[in-house]
Design a protein around this ligand. Structure first.
Ligand SMILES: [Zn+2]
Length: 666
């Protein structure tokens, strides 16, 4: 069980402090009517809970929690530390964050704190303690919600306090100034330090900043916020050891190393806001959901999503009928044990007043309310899937350090390589084929997977390389991998560095392609399964990136054709390890060959736009198109949504879904 609430969780952020108390009774009644069983409360309530230093006003929250409990609704109770109150930042202006240009940011938004501020941290921990003291025994309390979307607005702060904190962090990492000089390569551009006290955060400088410094800064910023989370969690653990603690992640947010963060959490939760205007958004969403499931390798919780439009894009498209339900079911299909929303009642004021809600401005007469009721019914029907897991034969290796190194500004061969795009290059066709995928951090034991794909491992340590070599199974490694070590220094002999023996190639030179330019790649006949490309010899088209590759002891699977690289190896193979030195527009010939070779089977054969996943003995089929889809079920079963038995060939209506309890499986 994810929390203290059995079955699937359903509900949303509830901000009763924005409404007169007479509205609350209606809220509770309508929540119960819709089947809501959890509300996220008090996320931004610090200024109302502690209006003056040390003076608490808990009465209103007591009544809210009592009311929820009386209606059978549990609380995902925030420690309320996501936005410090005005008195705190007026008494301690130094607790507000400072940007890279040295401007101290003002009060009036949210997340107004310096992550390193001892003042902020002390007050936050004190409030967390007061909350746990007050509500630790409240029967509505099901889980703790620390902070909110860490790093969404405040990832980094460049103030003097943060500088001192950064220096302490650097001393711990590098030992002394000599270690720091060596790691950062400060002999370049005359940056040799004689004391760590001379080091500052990477504030605005005349030109490109030392990439070693930037990489350590990224690590430090993730760690500094993690310390904030852990300080609050320690208090909650001490006072309420049985109550799970989470903080809501933000999918593939670049700023925080969620592999590290997830270790500190009791359960992983995520906020996901796919753009309804993008017909392909469900693919990237599926990737981030698979990541969430992989972080702790167990069910997670979609803690925020939008019933319809959000309020923070330039143009905020609403969700057409059926899409909110479909997107919600997608989270369940990828391992979430509930569907929560931002927010319960649509706001009357503030930056999110046009953000949709389960209870829209138009009230129970509005179309959105019908969607809310329907989803409540669906989730009741699906309760038995809670706790079930997903077995994947394919793993995609992904780590934040490679992302930080790869996307460092102004020092790379090309700034067109974005790690999320590289992940999607491989993930998209797997998703289209209905193949289950786990994500795994570099260095993890990969035994148990039949196929491992490393779309990019720019930053590759000896330990990362050892884990890939120890895996020994079918492996595909993407370009620009094994380039630098943990300090962002180029490996001896160049790429692929510690992967050289495994891949049997050396990269003599990176060959990034200008925008719009393509490079043809010809697959060596017999290297791919016949029929994977239409008509004649299969060719691939690469964009953005290519490499001048020298084969050491690998077989050439494909060669560059035409241009300066004509005839040189483009794709190679040594044993089970394939190296793809370019970025093919379409990797399916390579992928299909590897899938066939390893016997990885799809969950179900599905037409384009239909998503198939498995959780335990349940098959999810989601039609993301607006057209009916005809498909053959791999097995007979009972559809938990329509409450009928299905078998053989079926037609799945546009934007409709099936959750099949497969007959004969547990
Ligand atoms: Zn600061």
């Amino acid at each position: 069980m994810l929390t203290r609430v059995p079955g699937l969780l359903f509900g949303g952020d509830y901000n009763p402090e924005q409404w007169p108390e007479e509205v609350w009774a209606e809220d509770a009644r309508l929540m119960a009517e819709a089947g809501v069983n959890m509300a996220t409360v008090a996320v931004f309530a610090w200024s109302r809970l502690e209006p003056r230093p040390g003076e608490y006003d808990f009465g209103w929250l007591d009544r809210v929690l009592d009311l929820l409990h009386a209606h059978g609704i549990a609380a995902d109770l925030a420690t309320a530390t996501a936005t410090p109150p005005p008195w705190l930042v007026r008494d301690h202006p130094e607790a507000m964050p400072v940007d890279a240009a040295g401007t101290r940011l003002e009060f009036g938004s949210r997340q107004g704190y310096c992550p390193s501020s001892p003042i902020y941290r002390a007050h936050a921990v004190r409030l967390a303690r007061a909350m746990a003291d007050r509500y630790g025994g409240h029967p509505a309390l099901a889980m703790w919600h620390v902070g909110n979307e860490y790093a969404d607005h405040t990832l980094e702060c460049f103030c003097e306090e943060s500088a001192r904190h950064f220096r302490r962090w650097l001393t711990e990492r590098h030992g002394d100034v000599a270690g720091l000089n060596a790691a950062w390569g400060t002999s370049c551009w005359g940056q040799h330090y004689t004391s760590i006290d001379q080091v500052n955060p990477p504030r605005k400088a005349p030109g490109p900043i030392n990439p070693g410094q930037l990489l350590d800064w990224r690590r430090f910023c993730s760690d500094a916020l993690l310390e904030c989370f852990e300080a609050e969690k320690a208090v909650l653990r001490e006072l309420t050891p049985d109550v799970p603690v989470t903080t809501n992640f933000m999918s593939l947010l670049p700023g925080l190393d969620y592999w590290r963060w997830a270790e500190a959490e009791d359960l992983v939760s995520d906020d996901a806001y796919p753009d309804p205007a993008d017909p392909a958004s469900h693919v990237a969403t599926a990737l981030s959901y698979d990541l969430m499931r992989s972080l702790k390798r167990r069910p997670w919780l979609l803690l925020e999503s939008a019933p319809s439009a959000v309020s923070w894009r330039e143009v905020n498209a609403p969700k057409p009928p059926g899409v909110m339900r479909l997107h919600s079911l997608q989270a369940l299909a990828h391992g979430s044990d509930g569907v929560m929303f931002f927010q319960w009642r649509q706001a009357k004021y503030g930056p999110e007043k046009f953000h949709s809600a389960l209870l829209p401005h138009g009230g129970t007469a509005a179309r959105g309310w019908r969607d809310t009721l329907r989803l409540g019914d669906d989730l009741r029907n699906l309760h038995e899937i809670a706790g079930t897991g997903t077995d994947a034969d394919v793993a995609i290796v992904f780590g934040w350090e490679s992302l930080w190194g790869l996307e460092a500004p102004e020092s790379m061969p090309s700034d067109r390589l974005r790690l999320k795009d590289l992940l999607l290059t491989w993930y998209r066709p797997l998703h289209e084929r209905g193949v289950a995928v786990d994500l795994a951090p570099p260095g993890r034991d990969l035994s148990g997977y039949r196929l491992v794909i490393v779309p990019n491992l720019y930053l590759c340590t000896e330990e990362h390389a050892k884990a890939l070599a120890a895996y020994g199974g079918r492996l595909i490694v993407g370009p620009f991998s094994g380039v630098v070590d943990a300090a962002d220094q180029v490996h001896e002999g160049g790429a692929p560095g510690p992967l050289r023996d495994l891949l049997g190639v050396a990269v003599d030179e990176f060959w990034p392609l200008p925008d719009g330019e393509t490079q043809s790649v010809r697959l060596v006949p017999g290297a791919v399964r016949p029929g994977t490309a239409e008509g004649g010899e299969p060719r691939l088209t690469a964009r953005t990136w290519a490499e001048w590759v020298r084969v050491l002891d690998a077989e050439v699977v494909a060669r560059y054709e035409g241009g300066e690289l004509d005839g040189l190896p483009a794709i190679t193979r040594k044993g089970g390890a394939t190296y793809v030195s370019c970025l093919p527009e379409d990797v399916t010939p390579i992928l299909d060959h590897a899938l066939a070779e390893t016997g990885v089977a799809p969950v179900a054969a599905v037409p384009p736009g239909v998503e198939a996943t498995r959780r335990g003995g349940y098959l999810f089929l989601l039609n993301h198109t607006t057209e009916p889809a005809r498909l053959a079920l791999p097995a007979a079963g009972f559809d938990l949504l329509s409450r009928r038995r299905l078998d053989g060939e079926i037609v799945l209506a546009g934007r409709d879904a099936i959750v099949l309890r497969i007959e004969g499986e547990k």
